[in-house]
Design a protein around this ligand. Structure first.
Ligand code: PLP
Length: 392
């Protein structure tokens, strides 16, 4: 039988990055010592106290049964308590908090609960690619909203055409931002909530990097009065606790949306392993001891790496948070040319800005999720590059 794959699948072409990984493998096979700064996958191991708690929880037979799709009560209560401590916000653990199998899973499913075929979703450009996934699967349209350096990589709400806004159901945003490292202020979130309420648009703010900030603590959109009427916010244990492999995220906010997402997910998954949920609850309970050293480490890496890039002629505003540096090379060239040049001449793999959207063209994203010594070596190799050779 000749198996025919669906039309929808063709919307998910292999990533631009796949080609880069292929070239990286080829360079490695030739014996090159490649430093990969392309993906944001924290190198720092999960705190040993969380690991010890997880081992204890795995041994508990009660955790071996099916979990609850919306997450276990212990974790949901710990999440509520953390939002209270961090932002002064009360979320009821029953209907304003839901656990996800990593925030990526919830992000991909959210469009199904608010969008019908033909509806529009606003997605930043450049963007974290998963915002597109659910929109494409549910037959929605995407309108790209430019994030420009001159606007601090914040969207210019006034420039989104009103006829698009009128057909828009959902707007994904993400601050501290991947890939640009930009931050949003509470004033920006206030304007955004006002705009969303006026236009009847649901806001999905992705706060995956909310605790990797380098100055003032990153705000939550939910701190804005009235945000609960229009918004949900996604959180992740992946970067905050360096638990990317454990796959726990959560969503808080508008209870109708949180419950609708649960209703959908009850038909798809059965939630993450209870032992791991309890280990994340342990992390949240001890957040104030575990997270500041992680943040300090990312901040120190960002400062050192940015300083080296500035000295090497790269042009960029310093990141306000996240694990990324988003910068334009010393000479004018395409993102891909810059990435291939660095791979060939310095054995460093980075992510081309153009892979994150049209507005990313000309930029390169460096991920700071490799050990300090490797980042120092990468900085040294970058300093030694002769960019004039790229033009030849
Ligand atoms: C902006 C952003 N949101 C969400 C995620 C997904 O995180 P999780 O590991 O919780 O699925 C990532 C992961 O890189 C990300 O960069």
């Amino acid at each position: 039988m000749k198996i025919e794959l669906s039309h929808k699948l063709s919307s998910f072409k292999p990533f631009l990055f796949e080609e880069l990984y292929r070239r990286e493998r080829a360079e490695r096979a030739r014996g090159k010592d490649i430093i990969s700064l392309a993906v944001g996958d924290p190198d720092i191991p999960t705190d040993r106290r969380i690991v010890a708690d997880a081992i204890k929880e795995i041994k508990n037979g009660r955790n071996h049964r099916y979990p609850n799709t919306k997450g276990n009560e212990n974790l949901r209560k710990e999440i509520s308590a953390w939002h209270k401590r961090r932002f002064g916000l009360d979320f009821h653990h029953n209907d304003e908090v839901s656990i996800l199998i990593g925030s990526k899973e919830g992000i991909a499913h959210l469009p199904f609960v608010v969008m019908n075929e033909g509806d529009y979703c606003l997605i930043p450009d450049p963007t974290y690619p998963t915002y597109r996934t659910g929109v494409v699967l549910c037959g929605g349209h995407i309108h790209d909203v430019p994030l420009e350096e001159k606007n601090g990589f914040l969207p210019d709400l006034g420039r989104i055409p009103q006829k698009v806004v009128n057909k828009t159901k959902l707007f994904f945003l993400n601050y501290p931002n991947n890939p640009t490292g930009a931050g949003a202020t509470l004033d920006f979130f206030k304007d955004l909530v006002k705009w969303a309420r006026r236009n009847g648009v649901v806001i999905a703010q992705d706060a995956a990097y909310c605790d990797i900030y380098f100055g003032e603590p990153a705000p939550s959109i939910m701190q804005v009065a009235g945000a609960r009427d229009v918004a949900v916010e996604f959180y992740s244990s992946s970067k905050t606790y360096c638990m990317a492999g454990w796959r726990i995220g959560w969503v808080v906010g508008n209870s109708k949306l949180v419950c609708a997402l649960n209703q959908l997910k009850e038909n798809i998954d059965s939630g993450p392993f209870n032992a791991i949920q309890n280990a994340v609850a342990y992390g949240l309970k001890h957040h104030e001891e575990i997270v500041p050293p992680i943040r300090a480490r990312f901040k120190a890496r960002a400062e050192r790496f940015c300083s080296a890039l500035h000295h090497s002629g790269w042009r960029f505003p310093d990141p306000k948070g996240s694990c990324f540096v988003w910068a334009r090379p010393p000479v004018k060239c395409s993102s891909l040319d810059a990435v291939l040049f660095m791979l060939e001449k310095a054995a460093i793999l980075t992510a081309p800005g153009s892979g994150f959207g049209k507005c990313g063209e000309g930029y390169v994203r460096f991920s700071l999720t490799e050990p300090d010594a490797k980042l120092a070596e990468a900085a040294r190799r970058i300093k030694a590059l002769d960019w004039a050779a790229l033009k030849k």
